[in-house]
Design a protein around this ligand. Structure first.
Ligand code: SOE
Length: 372
């Protein structure tokens, strides 16, 4: 039921909120509501799920005021400002377009869609409107990643020459649910987790122009039924001339959501490891001298963008980085501040993944990333 609206509130509806990502976003919205200094109070208004019991149970457990089974009628409501989409990726485009056309701001989980056509029409709809859009590439919001960006931008490691990005998990040894098949929205490790490292590379170093890829479908038993890739790797050329090496797998034992990158520059180097996510390994030749020639481990502190406390060393995690994207989106809506990654950047990531798929299909030939 639509409620009388108070101008000092910004109301959110989450679509598909009963799963893992619904839980993560629900917690993150709660943190953002406390942490945001936007002039409007964030309200977790409605949680939508197709099944009525799942919807009301999840809404109660995760702190949403109402539940619904009808995403269209929720988006139609005048008191909803932001639509947060955490459904499987093949449904993102339809829901996001519906929301944009009704003037709603949209946060969509990644990947933005599973097809180039969908991302094209989505970006066109977003560009034709005045709404804010944001894609849930939360890892770039991590404080140590922000510090890496700062160091690169300041030129402290000089001109980047080569970069290696990795994302390894053991998730595909377990039940993959909808992720196992294309028909239910699955798009493989290449897209599910590969998209995260393509976004990190874009954030830190800019765009990739062409790729040469190989993907692996690893069926380990008769029960291991799926039609999407489990793992793969690709070489990439960036438009700045950097050589990139990307590796990803969801069948890698012992790898606990293991995102890593290393960036070699003319004057130094950086290294990041999500399992030590408050730290950055830094080597700046002019600051360290020639001896000892090794990395210094720097801890993020209260001044690093993305941290929340003045007290150094209390740490940040998955939920803080997720909440940072909500805080940024709300600040952009209420104060016109910068907001990134938008749908346009999400569409670029999808074009890189499309090029990875085409390259693998054509025997790892180099494939150009489409410009639009
Ligand atoms: C896959 O296992 C997954 O849940 C991704 O879909 C998320 O985006 C990632 O951050 C955690 O792992």
């Amino acid at each position: 039921m639509e409620q009388a609206r108070e101008v000092h509130e910004i109301r959110v509806a989450i679509i598909g909120g009963a799963g893992f990502m619904g839980k993560a976003h629900s917690f993150a919205w709660a943190l953002a509501a406390v942490q945001s200094d936007a002039p409007r109070r964030i309200v977790k208004q409605v949680l939508v799920e197709l099944d009525a019991d799942a919807a009301s149970n999840a809404a109660a457990a995760l702190g949403w005021l109402e539940s619904s089974t009808d995403w269209k009628s929720v988006i139609d409501r005048h008191d909803i400002d932001i639509v947060d989409i955490v459904t499987p990726p093949h449904t993102h485009a339809e829901i996001a377009r519906y929301a944009i056309e009704r003037g709603k701001h949209v946060l969509s989980e990644k990947p933005l869609a599973n097809s180039s056509e969908d991302v094209k029409t989505l970006v066109a709809a977003a560009e034709a409107s005045s709404v804010q859009t944001h894609v849930g590439f939360n890892y770039r919001q991590n404080a140590a990643v922000q510090l890496a960006k700062q160091i690169i931008t300041e030129g402290r490691i000089g001109q980047p020459l080569q970069a290696r990005f990795e994302y390894h998990q053991d998730a595909a040894f377990g039940a993959m649910g909808w992720r196992a098949h294309k028909a239910t929205g699955g798009s493989g490790a290449s897209s599910d987790i590969g998209s995260h490292i393509v976004d990190l590379a874009n954030f830190l170093l800019g765009r990739v122009t062409k790729v040469s890829a190989v993907l692996q479908v690893l069926s380990l038993s008769e029960d291991d039924d799926h039609d999407v890739d489990d793992a793969g790797a690709f070489l990439a050329h960036f438009e700045t001339g950097i050589l990139g090496v990307f590796s990803f797998s969801q069948k890698a034992w012992g790898q606990n959501n293991h995102i890593r990158f290393e960036i070699d520059g003319t004057e130094g180097a950086l290294g990041f490891d999500w399992n030590r996510r408050d730290e950055l390994d830094v080597y700046v030749r002019s600051e360290t001298g020639n001896a000892p020639r090794g990395f210094t481990t720097v801890h993020v502190d209260g001044d690093t963008p993305g941290t929340w406390f003045d007290l150094n060393g209390v740490g940040t995690g998955y939920l803080e980085s997720s909440a940072n994207q909500m805080i940024q989106l709300v600040a952009a809506i209420t104060g016109g501040t910068a907001n990134s990654p938008t749908f346009s950047e999400g569409a670029y990531v999808q074009r890189v993944i499309d090029a990875v798929w085409s390259s693998d299909e054509s025997g790892s030939t180099w494939v150009e990333v489409a410009e639009e």
